[in-house]
Ligand binder design. Structure first.
Ligand code: B16
Ligand code: MG
Length: 218
């Protein structure tokens, strides 16, 4: 029986994935790496430093920068990102998500957050959703990022549940992979081609509700 839900943040609860992309795009332009939608997709769910390395690798530039310079570039991206985050309001909650969270907590499901983002507490605060996620995995304590299952296993642990009792919700291919390897039921939000390994797929958050999940699980 499903007793808990482990949520990704960026791209599931809110549309910060476009903010992450904008912020990285500026850094990519600065170092002269080509930017395209495919690269933007590949960065979803990937930690800050791993994202930078992926961007530099694109044009075989990963050895052109010292560790200090890389930290500086990542800090610059985060400054760009925070400017966008600080303009966020509850209007940035993706459609249907708040109703879904209310329904889940009314029905007694346990909730936790499995976001790779160190900025997730700030984002949740701007959205006014902090109270739903008193349990959230601290990404700074992870040995490995998504697609490693660690973050989703920890999300279940925080709820005192076995992964098999949890549904994980993700927008990124790396995240869906992490949920599957953790042994949870995976819901992928977005393009079914990108999220082909998800147990359940919804094209967007308007379809994310208990009725549709029950139907999909048969
Ligand atoms: P930060 P999620 C991820 O969050 C984003 O999808 C990814 O693009 C970002 O690089 C990562 O968080 C780290 O974020 O730089 O704020 O620590 O999708 O796992 O909620
Ligand atoms: Mg995400």
């Amino acid at each position: 029986d499903i007793k808990g839900f482990v949520f990704d943040l960026d791209g599931v609860i809110t549309d910060t994935s476009t903010f992450h992309s904008q912020a990285w795009h500026q850094v990519a332009d600065k170092v002269g790496v080509n930017w395209d939608a495919e690269l933007a997709d590949a960065l979803k769910g990937i930690s800050r430093m791993d994202s930078l390395n992926l961007i530099l690798k694109r044009d075989n530039r990963e050895n052109d920068f010292s560790d200090d310079e890389k930290v500086q570039l990542a800090t610059e991206k985060n400054d760009n990102y925070l400017k966008l985050v600080n303009q966020m309001t509850p209007a940035n909650i993706l459609p249907g998500v708040e109703d879904f969270l209310i329904d889940l907590s009314d029905k007694g499901y346990l909730l936790s957050l499995a976001s790779a983002s160190k900025n997730s507490p700030l984002v949740l605060k701007h959205l006014g959703l902090g109270h739903f996620f008193s349990k959230s995995v601290d990404p700074a304590t992870l040995k490995k990022g998504k697609p490693d299952p660690e973050i989703f296993r920890r999300g279940a642990e925080l709820l005192d549940l076995d992964p098999s009792q949890c549904i994980g919700v993700e927008d990124a291919a790396a995240g869906v992979q992490a949920i599957n390897s953790a042994g949870e039921v995976s819901i992928g939000i977005g393009d079914p081609k990108v999220l082909a390994s998800a147990d359940i797929n919804f094209v967007d958050t308007t379809k994310l509700n208990l009725g549709n999940i029950a139907k999909a699980m048969g």
